[in-house]
Design a protein around this ligand. Structure first.
Ligand code: SF4
Length: 185
């Protein structure tokens, strides 16, 4: 029997490597790149191209959503000075997961999830609560998995090293760019 499709919101190749491996036994994943938070456009393109290169290598469908950073700036307006893991990040997650779910629904994909929980710099519980809430609203199933668990983060870093992925040193938005660390969008 054919495996069911799952729409995987992915922020970059480094975070997607292990998540794709984890999903493979149970689902047919489709990669969905919707990350209008990423600044500047050159960085957005760099992360996209790296992820697409890996998708092509693995023969996984890759979908890029329209890049509209102004719409993202409107979403987080007034929260520019929030620290990472604060309210700006919550809205950033919500915006990206809501769009992911909308795309899934329009295209008859019943399941969705995200690579975002693989990062040790992000609040997984918040991401999972948001995913569940959106899934309920849209009549979909959200795979609520904290991918960093069971050495998920270490495993994805090992894949990134083996594949020679580009690895950014900030989360993604203009506000996080000043605070450099290993991060994902
Ligand atoms: S720090 Fe990362 S998660 Fe938070 S708002 Fe910026 S891009 Fe989004």
């Amino acid at each position: 029997m054919a495996k069911e499709q799952i729409l995987l919101h992915a922020c970059c190749a480094t975070c997607a490597g292990y998540v794709l491996e984890k999903l493979a036994p149970d689902y047919t994943p489709l990669l969905y790149y919707f990350n209008p938070n990423i600044f500047p456009p050159e960085e957005y393109n760099l992360r996209r191209d790296e992820l697409k290169r890996y998708a092509d290598k693995k023969k996984i469908e890759f979908i890029e959503e329209n890049y509209d950073p102004d719409s993202w700036l409107q979403v987080v307006k007034g929260l520019e000075h929030e620290p990472e893991k604060g309210r700006r990040c919550d809205l950033c997650f919500y915006y990206r997961l809501q769009q992911t779910a909308s795309f899934a629904q329009k295209n008859d994909i019943r399941h969705f999830t995200t690579t975002l929980t693989i990062s040790p710099h992000k609040k997984s519980k918040t991401i999972l609560d948001i995913g569940r809430e959106i899934a309920d609203q849209q009549g979909l199933t959200f795979l609520a998995e904290d991918f960093k668990k069971k050495d998920g983060f270490l495993k994805t870093m090992a894949i990134a090293k083996k594949e020679g992925f580009y690895r950014q040193n900030y989360c993604g938005c203009v506000f996080s760019r000043k605070k450099l660390h290993f991060g994902e969008s």
